[in-house]
Design a protein around this ligand. Structure first.
Ligand SMILES: [Zn+2]
Length: 285
């Protein structure tokens, strides 16, 4: 796929592609240490992630720079037509999928892929025949392309969750926001998944610039409305209780990356069959 920017550069102040790439190279290392340290999708989680979330195994490694060839997967105008700019993200299944079954809920799983937890998550979803939406971090996608391919092969949706998960995301410059989205899109496609049409902001942190950039690349911003704060490891009972409160139309948030997600997995072993037994059906976004 040719390297190309959308044909309608709406912001002439954006730096050149060369500068953007330079920013990526220079910024990756500094961002990396913080990237997944706060890798949680709670609006209240900024800077509050436990220290162990920054363990090397969870973080982008500056020693493994993104393959320049991956840039060949940059979205082109043909692959991603600009979409209408939204003023708020999608909070409910039927906001995005009006024809979904009335009892539909969507499970979203963020911050992976993780070589430890994503295979367990995939096995669990397979066991209960549930399709989910994985909001993946580009640096992790690049490091674990096999998992990206497996997620897609299993019928799950892969969403763009930025390249290095910087927080607070809306505080980044317009150029940085765009680069985070474009780079993640590139490596996800390079890994073998369909080009994402969904974008989730780190921490659910939105701004007009984020919305405009997401629309520029033809993506829809997605949020959630059931948050068990599993990223903070509050205990399996807490996670279970919060998820069991799901109602038809809810978008549920969980994590398979960014730290120890064993509590999340343990909770879902109970929650997934229980929600199905309550009559809820799981859909991908
Ligand atoms: Zn996240």
């Amino acid at each position: 796929m040719p390297i190309a920017r959308p044909s309608q550069p709406s912001d002439s102040s954006l730096p050149s592609r060369r500068r953007l790439l330079a920013w990526t190279t220079m910024g990756a290392a500094s961002l990396a240490s913080a990237a997944l340290a706060g890798c949680s999708d709670s609006a209240h989680a900024h800077g509050a992630a436990p220290a162990q979330d920054a363990s090397p195994s969870d973080s982008f490694s500056p020693a493994a720079p993104v393959d320049p060839q991956a840039a060949s997967g940059l979205p082109s105008p043909a692959a991603a037509s600009p979409a209408a700019v939204r003023t708020k993200p999608v909070f409910k299944v039927h906001d995005l999928l009006p024809n979904a079954p009335t009892d539909a809920v969507a499970l979203t799983i963020d911050d992976g892929p993780s070589p430890i937890y994503t295979p367990q998550m995939l096995a669990l979803l397979r066991k209960y025949d549930i399709k989910a939406t994985f909001s993946v971090v580009g640096s992790e996608a690049h490091a674990h392309k096999d998992l990206i391919r497996q997620i897609a092969a299993d019928g799950h949706t892969v969403a763009n969750h930025t390249m290095t998960h910087p927080q607070p995301f809306s505080h980044r410059t317009a150029a940085q926001i765009e680069q985070q989205i474009v780079d993640a899109q590139s490596v996800i496609v390079d890994a073998g998944a369909p080009a994402p049409t969904l974008f989730r902001s780190p921490g659910g942190d939105w701004s007009p610039t984020v919305f405009a950039t997401v629309a520029k690349y033809g993506m829809t911003p997605i949020d959630w409305d059931v948050d068990p704060r599993d990223w903070n490891r509050p205990g399996v009972p807490h996670i279970t209780e919060k998820l069991m409160a799901a109602h038809p139309g809810d978008i549920l948030l969980c994590h398979d990356g960014g730290g120890d997600r064993s509590q999340t997995l343990d909770a879902l072993k109970t929650v997934l069959p229980a929600l199905k037994a309550k009559g809820l059906s799981f859909v991908t976004l």
